[in-house]
Unconditional design. Structure first.
Ligand SMILES: [Zn+2]
Length: 322
């Protein structure tokens, strides 16, 4: 084993077979990883906590670390329950020191802000060694989502493989869309690493039903990659939407609050709405009429603001044509 010759802090290719813990750390940022190293095969990277207020991915991965003991594993599974520890302990989406959104900071730089350094560390020490990648997200504290699995389109072998991996999470619907910069998936995309993300419900909690979908989906995915023996599925037919509009699945840009105030939501997740239909209200804290938020398009409500205090520009709803 020639660790000294490796350009990585921890070379996954030369790690002995078995279960390992390693803390990746550099320039004042770091995260904990648990690694199952089996025989020859893919290197699957799984992480939660890219955003600090999303708890389904961290919970599922922590359960796997405690309980999952695969026999005859082919390949290597890297599990990072909480990637963004600063944001996690702040209970916030973004890092408390620099207000940075880790999902907009990739590829990052070695001597940048905390968030930028964290992106750089993750990309250069872990993501670069992966052959496949799954980033586990959710609606966090402020949003509630109609859960889905997604990926960046781009054609060719990578997109076909991503579609196959996404189908493993058959109890969520699937949303594919064009490249957006700054994400973990953006870095994977540039490196031609098949990568998907999962969005669980969020709303500040962890639904057992979402954990069950993640657990089933990841087991299906491991069989799909031939890391584990056994059949995939049988899979249910997945509702599927592939968009050419990069902004369609960009949750932070739709139905912005026109002013600060108190938000009231008048529809339910999963409702089908028509263009122009009233979805909710924003009352100012001063005397005055509330602003009526109307549907910008026809579609299904797939994201809804849960936190009722809103600032001007906060996204309130996302609709998808499914
Ligand atoms: Zn997220």
């Amino acid at each position: 084993m020639s660790v000294a010759a490796s350009k990585f802090q921890l070379s996954l290719a030369t790690l002995p077979t078995g279960f390992h813990h390693h803390r990746f750390e550099a320039n004042g940022v770091g995260f904990n990883a648990w690694i199952w190293r089996g025989g020859t095969g893919p290197v699957l990277l799984l992480n939660g906590g890219t955003h600090g207020d999303e708890y389904e991915g961290p919970t599922l991965l922590r359960q796997w670390i405690d309980n999952w003991r695969p026999t005859q594993l082919r390949g290597t599974i890297v599990m990072i329950p909480v990637l963004n520890e600063g944001a996690f302990f702040a209970g916030a989406r973004c890092h408390p020191f620099d207000s940075g959104n880790l999902a907009r900071a990739f590829p990052g730089v070695r001597d940048g802000t905390e968030t930028s350094r964290l992106a750089h560390l993750f990309e250069t020490e872990v993501l670069m060694q992966a052959t496949h990648y799954v980033d586990l997200h959710s609606g966090g504290n402020a949003y509630e989502l109609h859960p889905w699995v997604g990926y960046m389109t781009g054609g060719g072998r990578v997109e076909r493989e991503q579609r196959t991996l996404a189908a493993c999470f058959d109890r969520f619907w699937c949303w594919a869309g064009p490249f957006l910069p700054g994400r973990t998936l953006s870095s994977a995309h540039k490196r031609r690493i098949p990568a998907i993300y999962v969005e669980c419900r969020g709303a500040g909690g962890v639904r057992p039903a979402d954990l069950a979908v993640l657990d089933r989906g990841l087991h299906n995915l491991l069989r799909q990659l031939n890391c584990l023996d056994g059949p995939v599925g049988p899979l249910e037919k997945q509702r599927f939407r592939s968009s050419r509009d990069a902004e369609e699945a960009h949750l932070q840009v739709h139905h912005p609050a026109p002013h600060d105030g108190l938000f009231a939501c008048n529809i339910l997740l999963g409702d089908a709405v028509r263009q122009g239909q009233p979805l909710g209200l924003v009352w100012p804290l001063t005397p005055g009429e509330p602003a009526v938020i109307r549907a910008e398009r026809q579609g299904t409500v797939v994201a809804c603001r849960r936190q009722r205090s809103v600032r001007r520009g906060d996204a309130l709803f996302t609709l998808a044509p499914i």
